[in-house]
Design a protein around this ligand. Structure first.
Ligand SMILES: Cc1ncc(COP(=O)(O)O)c(C=O)c1O
Length: 407
């Protein structure tokens, strides 16, 4: 490498100095870390294929193989069979966009529905809103129950002859609980429409928690009526960003996801996803990390993240004034405060280098606990206790937060 290249790369590293210290476990959001070995496997595989193009996997048989094997592994995890089929996408949002688009398309082609709606709990991810907005569907949000799970009776009542999709999450992001998927899927079965399970967060974790003997309610293709499932690999799959899987129960359902046109001067153009050109890096990294870790590796990482989550949840319940929203079903939790401003607690934690999500309604802090956190959880719990005491004594107020780019 010449000296100019070295100089530029040193600058690239330098520019990241003020980023979240996610590899140190200081971030309870946005990034996941399973240690230096896993990271190196992901980074090196990514670097080898970062400039290849997944637009045409026939031209890159490597990417075809990576995708086929990654999808097949996830299909096995979620108890799909040889009929079920899917694709890799760039992330949870793209998987959800495609699930909504596929439901709209099925409704249009099979039932002539031109004013489609989606019935979903208020807890379902913002990406469903984006999908409805992009693709012209009505989003019918239904309030959740006191335990933050979907209110299935109210969802049933919200459906009508224009409903093309019902949604459940495993788990939902805001409070970390799993929706009653069996009952939500029954609505879909009865109406012969799509039911998407958003397992972007929980697809890996719930799979291995069940293997570890935890009582996990059924949420995957074992549930009659579930037509599609999204599982993100760039979260609890601990691979590089840009990797999720969407699976459909069969190839016909999957066909509604694909876009095809010859209405231009370039010939037939087919695309399974939202993107055109897309990097092969995330596919290679996902394949590499999944083969490196194997089921045994994921089981261990899941066990560790779950134990850490329990430790944090138990501690929050003993800190005076904090209110755990729900006992976590997997590895996500949120909590509010009584008598003081919970966002001021987040500000105080930030002064000690911790990053937690701020969400509302209701005003809450949110932690996405992963394998990296076992080494810091004792310190975090101590700092959380101190932050609460300080905020309570000072009566300070904090700043609310927002996800993503607001400009
Ligand atoms: C339950 C759930 N679904 C979907 C998404 C969207 O995933 P992504 O940010 O990868 O697009 C998230 C992100 O946190 C999520 O928690």
């Amino acid at each position: 490498m010449d000296s100019r290249a070295q100089e530029v790369l040193a600058q690239v590293a330098e520019i990241g100095q003020s980023d979240l210290r996610w590899k140190d476990g200081r971030a309870f959001s946005l990034a996941y870390y399973a240690g230096p070995e896993v990271q190196e496997v992901a980074d090196r595989a990514y670097a080898m294929y970062g400039s290849t193009n997944g637009l045409n996997a026939d031209a890159f048989p490597s990417l075809k193989k990576f995708q086929a094997e990654v999808v097949s592994t996830v299909n096995r995890w979620v108890h799909g069979d040889e009929q079920s089929a899917g694709f890799m996408t760039s992330g949870g949002t793209e998987s959800i966009l495609l699930a909504v688009k596929a439901a709209r398309e099925r409704g249009r082609r099979e039932f002539g529905i031109t004013q489609p709606n989606v019935v979903l709990p208020t807890s379902a991810h913002a990406a469903f809103e984006k999908a409805c907005y992009y693709f012209g569907l009505e989003s019918r949000r239904v309030a959740v129950l006191a335990d933050w799970r979907a209110d299935v009776d109210a969802m049933q009542q919200a459906t009508d002859e224009n409903t093309v999709l019902v949604v459940g999450s495993a788990p939902q992001y805001p409070q970390g609980v799993v929706d009653p998927i069996v009952d939500i899927a029954a609505i879909a079965r009865q109406r012969n429409i799509n039911c998407h399970v958003d397992a972007c967060m929980g697809g890996v974790t719930l799979t291995f928690l069940e293997q570890l003997g935890e009582p996990i309610p059924l949420w995957d293709f074992r549930v009659d009526g579930v037509t599609s499932i999204s599982v993100d690999l760039h979260k609890y799959g601990y691979t590089a960003k840009g990797a999720s899987v969407i699976l459909h129960r069969d190839r016909k359902l999957r066909s509604y996801q694909t876009f095809m046109t010859d209405n231009w001067l370039g010939g037939l153009y087919g695309s399974s996803g939202v993107l055109g050109t897309k990097s092969g890096g995330p596919m290679a990294a996902a394949w590499a990390v999944m083969n490196y870790l194997g089921d045994d590796g994921y089981r261990q990482l899941t066990q560790s993240a779950r134990a850490t989550t329990r430790q944090l949840a138990d501690a929050i319940q003993t800190i005076d004034g904090l209110q755990l929203r729900a006992y976590p079903d997997s590895t996500l939790l949120s909590f509010g405060a009584q008598g003081f401003d919970v966002f001021a607690v987040a500000d105080e934690l930030a002064l000690h280098g911790w990053y937690v999500d701020r969400q509302a309604p209701p005003d809450s802090l949110h932690c996405t606990v992963n394998a990296v956190h076992h080494q810091v959880i004792d310190e975090f719990i101590v700092d959380l206790g101190h932050a609460v005491t300080k905020v309570r004594d000072a009566g300070s107020t904090g700043t609310a937060g927002a996800y993503g780019t607001i400009e």
